[in-house]
Design a protein. Sequence first.
Length: 256
Amino acid sequence: MPAQIHQFMCLQDNFGVLIHDPATGATASMDAPEAGPVLAALAETGWTLTDILVTHHHNDHIGGIPGVREKFPSARIVAPEKDRARIPGADTYVSENENIKVGNLTARVIETPGHTTGHIVYFFEEDHLLVAGDTLFALGCGRAFEAPPAVLHASLQKLAALPLDTKIYCGHEYTLSNAKFSLTVDPANEALRERFAEIESLRAANLPTLPTTLALELKTNPFLRASDSAIQKQLAMSGADPAAVFTELRELKNKA
């Protein structure tokens, strides 16, 4: 049976995501930004939490774990092996290509360093579903806080190789600001212009812009398109190494 997804807001602009296996009743919270909204979402759906799958150590992704665990003390906490020292107390630590079961659902761990050195994402292959944390956003990517931008670029290229119909759930509702920036570096992209209008409409109605799909991101997200000739020309970097173009894009976005 396919996974059931419930997405909701936490904190100011974080997304919470519950992934539920209807066959077994198992439910995972993908990160736990804030305890109250996670618990409210579980109450609304009637699902019982069995797992908390952590992408990285930042407090806006793990700050809700103590409160959630108090209500569901048997829930298993899964965290990145390379963040073991910064996420103490997890039940299981995982690395590249390990599989994590949530009931009958299987998530493959993909290491995506860049935003943090230990960042991981979870790819539910049978459902073509990616929980990307703060590595990949709709029309954007996370800041390269703990590694050079080229490292983050390599991580994004790993995600770009997933199936085109992969649904992507990201950590934040940053899409409108990302879209405005994207148009400055890819102004002739008609698909991007059409998407920008859709995003403006969604946000005006206070509706979420996620999930997105990999196919859509590959058409419109400049951080996945650093080898695109139009973007390179716009940056006066025609023929440059895509990692260098990505680095310039990330620096420009940092200043935007």
